[in-house]
Structures are given as structure tokens and as C-alpha cells.
Design a protein around this ligand. Structure first.
Ligand code: F6P
Length: 549
């Protein structure tokens, strides 16, 4: 942002039209974030939107470039279609011959935009943009703050749900406003940690971000700088201070507000980023370290799976204090019993298997469901058992087609004219290889589901279909288990930061959250133990793994 540039977000809120109303704006300029808000007693929502814009622009020195964000289509259109100039020319009368409402504000707005270069941007709505959401909260808060709207009474809900109505108002200081300024950079009273999400996304990432930001702010007077899009943001210094309000309401949201990337490797970072985690290109780790220094970051928290944690470990070798948080739907990280995201993926896969069951049964088919998991069979095993899969194929136990066919036939003999096969994407036939889809020099596990399905049709007279669940397993809202685990992990990471216990990964052992050396966490892949009680339990209820065990 140049010194002449301002980013402004505005919003207005009203409990009736007319009724008590609030307005708010967030003004960003270089390192400063200013929040302003105020209220009027008997007003309209439109006036509050307008008021927010005027009040924000009043605080901008003439000659500035302003990007003004608003979710009010009315305001944005009035500006972009230049209605104000038309009204001015026509003596402030609309095309229908009526006096323009809120003339005082429109006139001032005209003057203010005349002295600045203003671009008016329409944002989608409260939940689509964090800063807009913040304005919305401030504006609603401004209504409530003076008791105008009966903050603790029934009217509050009415405001929050956006219904109109005009609650009784006894007295109200009209047009008062508050200004709060926050310093973004160079405030050395606070300890800072950096945060990024790397690798494939999974449910629970936002819950961890929330826990780290809130945990740091509320307990240790520390603040969090978030890097966008995984390690790419670290290299390119694409970062911002995550205010605690920005993580409000994200606990149950899938994905990551920071964005992620599963191919950008600072140790191999070409002009357009990296193609994967291999070292063939340009080492930009020095830039990443400089960026951490520039922000005054004491420790980098990496939320990631094996690839991202390996990179975190490499940074720790360069002397960067690092803390890891184990994320992956695959659950394949050593040093933790469970990774967050796994439970959500298993829940999605189980629901899918439940649904596939009905078609299998109605059509007397063999339905094959391919699930993710890379070279570990955790999702297949867990979802297969939960969904009552008859045959579960995992990479830890290479299968033989004959055993699969035998199981299907045995079921047919018992009157079960359908079967469900749950196959991990990394599963493969004994003596064979996993199936890959190859794009350029990138190989991705894919295709075993349809291969199994084709072979069943060849070897039996039954119809078979394959369904690949794919990225559905990484999407959507985290389960309650994952929300809680993610929150515990995030809070533990902040505790480690506070204790300056670095180069560790937080982990779950039994029922307890602990930590383990990062070294241990990146030492290999945690795969299904085929002698575990879980595998024995599956066998005991008649599940086949497509091989003798
Ligand atoms: O590691 C998570 C995971 O979803 C694996 O289960 C899967 O093999 C892989 O990522 C898919 O990666 P991408 O999103 O790059 O296709």
C-alpha cells in the first residue's frame, strides 16, 4: 500500500426503517487500522450506509487514492452511475420529482470524492468478507452500545436477524462516534508468531487458526502474522496481521482463510512457484527467513502434513524456531495418534458408503468406493468398518483378486446378492503397483477403484460400478471431534511458543495433547498396523481384506 492509498470498508445497520441505526468503517492505511463507528436515533439503513462512507472519507487527506468497499448496492450504484452529479444539476430532485433524501450527506460525499481518487467496490455481503463482516458487527454494536436497541432485550434478536420494526427509544445521544486505532507493524510490546497452512486443505484448518490467534491474544498478549497460500506467502512476503475479530465465526468453516498450496517449496522456488516438493529449481529460503525477521516473528507455526512439516523441519535446521501442528485427512503422520481432518474425512466417506449401500442392494451390484489416504489405509479401514464394507482394500495388505471374488461369491451363497468394496487410493494387487494418474512429471494416486470394478465384472457375472470420493473428503465443515482436536492443538502450539519450546510438533497421545520433536514427526509414514485390534475386529465380523491374514 503506498502512503497515499487508503482501503476503506463501510457498513450500516438499522433496527427499523426508520429506527435506531449504527454505522461503522474500517480504514486501513500503511500500517494503521482505524475502526470508527457511531449511531443515530431515528434513521434509515440507507442513511447509515451513506454516513459510514462520509465519515470514513472525512478522515482521508485530500489527494488520496481510496478503495472503498461496501455491500450496499444502492450506494455503489449511485456512485458508479454518477447519480449524485445528476441530482446536483437538477437541484437535488430525483427523476420522479421528489426531493433527494439525506441531501446533507450526499452533498458532503460529492465534495469528499471530488478531492480524492475514489474507487467504489461492491462486496458480496456480511459473511463473504472479513472486513465487511467486522464493519457489520461494529455497526450493529453501535446500535446496541447505548442501549438504543435494548441490547439485552428482545429487540436485539430482531436486529441480528435483520427484521424491521421500531423499538421504543427514550433518549439517545445522536451522532456520537468512537475511534479506535490499532498499530499493525512495529509494535514491539507484543510477541509475534507467524502462521501458515501448507499442503492439501482439510476440515479443521480454520479451527486451528482461530485457536492460535485467540489463544495468543487472550492469554499471552501475543499476535499472529498469517502468511497466505502456505510457503508461497512466506517467500513472497504475502502476509498480514490476523486480528482476533478476523477469526470470529470461522470455527465451523471448511478450508482455510489463509489459503494453502501443496507444491510451493521455498528451497526450490522458481519464478512461478514450484511444481512440487522436489529440489530442482531455485532456493528462496533466505527470502523466507528475511521476511520472518522483517515482521519480527519469533517462531513460525506450520499447520501441515508430511510435506509441509518436512519444510518446517528444514527451516528449523536454518535456525528458525518452528512449531508444527499435524494436519491431514490421511492420518499418516508418526508421533501423533490422530491428525485433525481425519475424522471429518472418515465421516464424509462413511456417509457416502451408507448411500452407495442402497444402490448396491437394489441393483444387486458390487459397488466399489475409492477413498483417499495416499499410501496409508486409515480412511479406508475406518470408513469401511463404519459403513459396513464387506471388503476393505488397503496399501498395507496387497490384495489378490481371487480372495475378493471368493468373498463376493460366499455372500451370494448366503443370499446377499450385493457387495461393497472400500478401496484406499494407494491399495494395489500383490505383485503389482499402485495406480497413478500422470500429468507431466506429477504422479497422483488414482484409478484403483475402476480397475477393481472392471476386474470383478470380468471374473464374475455381476455388474459393478466404481465411485471415487476424491476431494469431497477434504471439504465441508469439520466434525465436532475435529473442531475440538484442532482447538486443542492450536492452543497447545501457543503454549509451546510461550514456553519457547521450539522445533516440536503438537500431538495427541491417548487422550492427552502433548508435543514431540519435529524430527520424530517427519521420520516416515504412520501406516495401519495389521496386527492391531481394529484390523482383528474387522476380520472378526467377517470383513475381507482381499488377502489371507
Ligand atoms: O494428503 C491429502 C490428500 O487428499 C491425499 O489423500 C490425496 O492423495 C492427495 O492429497 C490429493 O492431492 P491433490 O489435492 O493435490 O490432488
Amino acid at each position: 500500500m503506498s502512503t497515499a492509498e487508503f482501503y476503506i470498508y463501510t457498513d450500516g445497520a438499522c433496527s427499523g426503517n426508520p429506527g435506531p441505526g449504527g454505522w461503522a468503517a474500517v480504514i486501513m492505511h500503511v500500517d494503521q487500522v482505524q475502526e470508527i463507528s457511531g449511531h443515530e436515533e431515528k434513521t434509515t439503513n440507507q442513511r447509515m450506509e451513506l454516513k459510514a462512507a462520509v465519515e470514513a472519507l472525512r478522515r482521508v487527506p485530500p489527494g488520496s487514492r481510496v478503495k472503498l468497499h461496501s455491500d450496499s448496492a444502492y450506494l455503489v450504484n449511485c456512485f458508479n452511475q454518477d447519480w449524485m452529479t445528476r441530482w446536483q444539476k437538477n437541484g437535488w430532485v430525483t427523476s420522479k420529482g421528489q426531493a433527494v433524501e439525506n441531501q446533507d450527506l450526499w452533498r458532503e460525499l460529492l465534495e469528499l470524492i471530488g478531492t480524492n481518487e475514489v474507487e467504489w467496490i461492491k462486496v458480496k455481503g456480511h459473511s463473504s468478507d472479513q472486513l465487511n463482516q467486522r464493519c457489520d458487527l461494529l455497526a450493529r454494536g453501535a446500535i446496541d452500545s447505548e442501549g438504543l436497541n435494548g441490547a439485552n432485550g428482545a429487540n436485539k434478536n430482531r436486529v441480528l436477524s435483520g427484521l424491521s420494526g421500531s423499538p421504543a427509544v427514550e433518549k439517545a445521544p445522536v451522532d456520537s462516534y468512537k475511534v479506535r486505532t490499532k498499530t499493525r507493524k512495529n509494535d514491539r510490546r507484543l510477541r509475534r508468531l507467524g502462521l501458515l497452512t501448507g499442503g492439501g486443505d482439510c476440515p479443521g484448518l480454520n479451527a486451528v487458526i482461530r485457536a492460535v490467534v485467540k489463544g495468543a491474544a487472550y492469554n499471552y498478549n501475543s499476535e499472529v502474522v498469517g502468511f497466505n497460500n502456505g510457503f508461497r506467502g512466506l517467500v513472497e512476503n504475502d502476509a498480514y496481521l490476523i486480528e482476533d475479530f478476523a477469526v470470529s465465526g470461522i470455527l465451523n468453516r471448511g478450508g482455510t482463510i489463509l489459503g494453502t498450496s501443496n507444491r510451493d517449496n521455498p528451497f526450490d522456488f522458481g519464478p512461478g512457484g514450484s511444481t512440487d516438493y522436489r529440489d530442482t529449481n531455485k532456493d528462496r529460503s533466505g527470502d523466507a527467513v528475511n521476511n520472518l525477521d522483517e515482521w519480527g516473528i519469533e517462531c513460525l507455526v506450520v499447520i501441515g502434513g508430511d510435506g509441509s512439516l518436512l519444510l518446517a523441519h528444514r527451516f528449523s535446521k536454518l535456525g528458525v524456531p518452528v512449531i508444527g501442528i499435524p494436519k491431514t485427512i490421511d492420518n499418516d503422520l508418526p508421533a501423533t495418534d490422530v491428525t485433525f481432518g481425519f475424522d471429518s474425512a472418515v465421516t464424509t466417506a462413511t456417509e457416502a458408503i451408507d448411500k452407495i449401500h442402497t444402490t448396491a442392494e437394489s441393483h444387486h451390484r458390487v459397488m466399489v468406493v475409492e477413498v483417499m489416504g495416499r499410501n496409508a489405509g486409515w480412511i479406508a479401514l475406518q470408513a469401511g468398518m463404519a459403513g459396513g464394507g464387506d471388503i476393505i482394500l488397503i496399501p498395507e495388505l496387497p490384495f489378490k483378486y481371487q480372495y475378493i471374488v471368493d468373498k463376493i461369491m460366499e455372500r451370494n451363497r448366503r443370499g446377499k446378492k450385493f457387495s461393497i468394496i472400500v478401496v484406499a487410493e494407494g491399495a494395489y494387487p500383490a505383485g503389482g503397483e499402485p495406480s497413478y494418474q500422470v500429468k507431466g512429471d506429477v504422479k497422483r494416486l488414482s484409478g484403483i477403484g475402476s480397475a477393481v470394478s472392471r476386474e470383478i465384472e470380468k471374473r464374475t457375472d455381476m455388474e459393478s460400478r466404481a465411485t471415487v470420493l476424491g476431494h469431497l473428503q477434504r471439504g465441508g465443515s469439520p466434525t465436532s471431534y475435529d473442531r475440538v482436536l484442532a482447538t486443542r492443538f492450536g492452543v497447545k502450539a501457543v503454549e509451546l511458543f510461550q514456553e519457547k519450546k521450539y522445533n516440536e510438533m503438537v500431538c495427541l497421545r491417548g487422550h492427552n495433547i502433548e508435543s514431540a520433536p519435529l524430527e520424530e514427526a517427519v521420520s516416515g509414514t504412520k501406516r495401519v498396523d495389521i496386527s492391531s485390534d481394529q484390523v482383528r475386529a474387522a476380520l472378526a465380523v467377517g470383513t475381507s481384506f482381499g488377502c489371507p491374514i
